[in-house]
Design a protein around this ligand. Sequence first.
Ligand code: FE2
Length: 385
Amino acid sequence: MSKIKNTEYGLEKTFEGAQDFLPLLGTDYVEFYVGNAKQAAHFYKTAFGFQSLAYAGLETGIKDRASYVLSQDKIRLVLTTPLNSNSVINEHITKHGDSVKVIALWVDDAVRSFEETTKRGAKVFMEPHIENDEHGEVIRSGIYTYGDTVHVFVERKNYNGIFLPGYQPWKSDYNPSPVGLKFIDHMVGNVGWGEMNKWVKWYEDVMGFVNFLSFDDKQIHTEYSALMSKVMSNGNGRIKFPINEPAEGKKKSQIEEYLDFFEGAGVQHIAVATDDIIKTVMELKSRGVEFLSAPPHTYYEEIPGRLGKHMNDMHEDISILEKLAILVDADEDGYLLQIFTKPVEDRPTLFFEIIQRMGAKGFGAGNFKALFESIEREQAKRGTL
Ligand code: FE2
């Protein structure tokens, strides 16, 4: 059973089968461990239009790391780098490269979130603890999910500072304009061979999520490679985590390529929502963000047929979508527009998706084939197909 309502996060689907022992209010922040946070912050400001929000480091009394917090509408990214060779952060960067470490979830009660998930089998990352400063207090706790990735629960109802205790506002003279990114629509994890169902069950049992969409390798394949995917959602539909695993094909699955270069399971892509994908993508391209190439012209000729009744609602000019390589898909509720960047680091691992939902609640299943053929063209260039 599910209900749909219109909220500031777009159309939300409420899943009544989901458990309410872990109420999640939304994504609080996403923290990357990177080799050089100062330069990474410059990239996300310049290329993706993130704004300077907060900073912690030597100047604020933190001795072992520097963290830059960037925001754009409801999205907060934290870029953290170690300041010495002894930091445990180095292990993550050495093994995985620059990558997502923390998917932080905003909760009303971080102690209860910790207790409810650990008693259901979650491995402890961070015991609940209180952090204070003159702006109040924040309680955080954390658990491991797939690979070395963690979920941190953030309770901030008694806090009115800029980000977290210990952080100061980051005032910069360099402030490129935002590009229209609004909130995180979903974040996808890649897990190892045969491990998808284990993590689906983990999200069901430990986090109270529901599996509301599944795609098998018969649906997600090209001539050469395949993968399987199941989409997990929390009760209010704000947190959506598709989980992918590789499947056997004639050549190497893109998921296997990821697992080889990431050296394990981890976050594959972060999908961010926009209200105007044409404007956002034109802006991103002008700032040097690289996207996967367009599918063949026939893909765009077939759009009216694929959209059916939703074609009447479509405002966008198909020739502009084709020029920008934006993909289109539809489900019974509406259509969606999406595009994928190339990996944002040298290892072919993490990338971003830009998505505009016009009623559709799916993930672009109709685009999987076109998308994967595009990814395979990139894999072939890397010699990893
Ligand atoms: Fe996606």
